[in-house]
Design a protein around this ligand. Structure first.
Ligand SMILES: Cc1ncc(COP(=O)(O)O)c(C=O)c1O
Length: 510
């Protein structure tokens, strides 16, 4: 007999039969945003290939208990990891017969870990530098800032041209100081999907004797296929002299389940400071190429199975479908009065902004959500206006024809509703409050005032879906008010507000 009061407890008094546990899990998942179906433009990468989920799940299960802690104990994992690194290196201009024949790398848990390790390797390669710094375009992924904070490395932001959304090599050069250990650029950037001038940036880095990391976490697995399909993709990989490391996430456009990225270095010497080894204790000598020590073989096996099953022909097909979907979505945006593309799409992102003060993007995002399209609002930053980001995957292709009419409809509804009007006291608060003055009580009051039991769902950078907020937080379907408030606040206050909001959600259930 099962005590129903136990439902939802991770540790019930008496164990629950497997079929019921699975039923419960399916029930929980019903509250999530749809990971399949081509209507979610962030968080998930869906190729819509029949049978691929099942294959990856079986591969994952087969190696879930294998431990990457010791590659000699589990040679299967070492073989798969080396094969994944080889595939990524070959795709990105390295390996036998190229100008970068000695590329080596590691499999990490995701883009953030790859970037942290790229920064760590650069920092630890220069023990002579007491206060190391990295020069990073403001459009580069926030994980560089995370790496800088975790590793106590100073971050020198490089501005971007508000028209092209790219940094100039001259500005990168100007940001390089004697203590700079790494320069970074994106291929492409997540927010807008534009490829930085990698060759020029790598050139100034090389001239200064500084490492240059290309963050191709997002696009490293699509740009090569798009190029083969004829797209004018600029040089961005190891074919470019001066590029010392590249990251590419297999859990993005390689369509592997979550938990796999590859960090590549041009040669073993560049990778060496990435390792952590420790023998000064009575237990086993620890040698870790990545941040985690114990590592499940599951994600690595699932990625290996995914790559082998799809093959080059599969990725080429998926890239073509994605390219066509991007073109269709961009056309829909171009054809909609009041919207403007932030950049002409050159990869797999469509990003647009409002060109009409009567059309509030955050209201539009809500109207699209109501119509079953889950987009990602991006807050205004510096000279860059607020925007809506669409990560486009192959699964979107069959949906494109439905998007245009729904977008037009949603725009009409957003115009009719008018822009969000924040209560005057909230606007004043957002403009004047300093992060230090933000008490938990004030945040709780704000959350209640905004109708939140927790933070905004689907808001910029906030994990979780509408109903995925779960037991703790009552999250409204419409989030325009919250996004408007965040948009009115400076970045440091946004950070604090979101930390406090998410903290409200992350409460244990008993
Ligand atoms: C360009 C880029 N770099 C790094 C990351 C971080 O990747 P992850 O979320 O896997 O840690 C992302 C994620 O979207 C990205 O787009």
């Amino acid at each position: 007999m099962i005590d129903d009061q136990d439902t939802g407890r991770a540790l019930p008094e008496r164990g629950v039969p497997a079929d019921r546990v699975l039923r419960e899990l399916r029930g929980l998942r019903e509250g999530d945003r749809p990971t399949h179906g081509g209507r979610l433009f962030a968080y998930v990468y869906d190729p819509a290939v029949p049978g691929l989920d099942e294959l990856a799940a079986a591969a994952h299960a087969g190696s879930a208990h294998v431990n990457g802690l010791d590659p000699t104990a589990f040679p299967s994992l070492l073989a798969m990891e080396n094969a994944l690194v080889g595939a990524a290196a070959r795709l990105l201009g390295g390996g036998p017969g190229t100008t970068a024949p000695d590329v080596v790398g590691s499999v990490t848990s995701g883009g953030t870990e790859s970037l942290i390790l790229a920064v760590k390797a650069a920092r630890d390669a220069r023990p002579d530098v007491a206060a190391p710094r990295i020069a990073v375009p403001v459009t580069a992924h926030a994980a560089f800032a995370k790496a800088a904070r975790y590793l106590r490395v100073a971050l020198d932001p490089v501005p971007v041209d508000p028209a092209t959304l790219r940094p100039s090599a001259a500005d990168v050069a100007a940001a390089i100081r004697p203590d700079t250990v790494l320069v970074a650029c994106s291929a492409p950037s997540y927010a807008h999907g534009v490829v930085d001038p990698v060759a020029e940036i790598a050139g100034v880095a090389a001239t200064a004797g500084v490492r240059c990391h290309v963050d191709a976490c997002f696009g490293g697995w699509t740009l090569p296929w798009l190029r083969r399909l004829g797209a004018p993709v600029p040089p961005f990989d190891f074919a470019v002299d001066g590029v010392t490391s590249i990251s590419v996430d297999l859990h993005k456009y390689a369509y592997a389940p979550k938990g796999v990225s590859v960090l590549l270095h041009r040669d073993p010497g560049l990778r060496a400071p990435q390792y952590f080894a420790y023998a000064d204790w009575p237990g086993y000598t620890m040698v870790n190429p990545v941040i985690a020590s114990t590592r499940s073989g599951g994600p690595i096996a699932a990625a290996y199975a995914t790559l082998r099953h799809l093959g080059e022909d599969g990725y080429l097909r998926l890239a073509a479908a994605t390219r066509d979907a991007v073109a269709g979505l961009a056309d829909a945006v171009r054809g909609t009065d009041g919207l403007r593309l932030m950049a002409e799409p050159e990869s797999t992102v469509v990003c647009f902004t409002s060109a009409d003060p009567g059309l509030d993007l955050f209201v539009l995002v809500d109207e699209l959500t109501v119509r079953g399209w889950h987009t990602q609002p991006q807050l205004a930053y510096g000279e860059l206006p607020a925007s809506v980001h669409l990560t486009v995957t192959a699964s979107v292709a069959p949906r494109v024809a439905e998007f245009g009419p729904d977008l037009a409809d949603a725009v009409a509804a957003a115009r009719a509703a008018g822009p969000v009007e924040l209560p005057a006291e909230l606007t004043a608060l957002a403009a004047t409050l300093t992060p230090d003055a933000l008490t938990p009580e004030l945040v709780a009051g704000l959350a209640a005032g905004l109708g939140l039991g927790g933070p905004v769902s689907g808001g910029p950078g906030v994990p979780g879906g509408d109903r995925g907020a779960g037991a703790g937080g009552a999250v409204p379907d419409r989030t325009a008010m919250v996004n408007a408030l965040l948009n009115a606040a400076p970045p440091a206050l946004r950070e604090r507000l979101l930390v406090e909001f998410v903290g409200l959600l992350q409460r244990p259930t008993y």
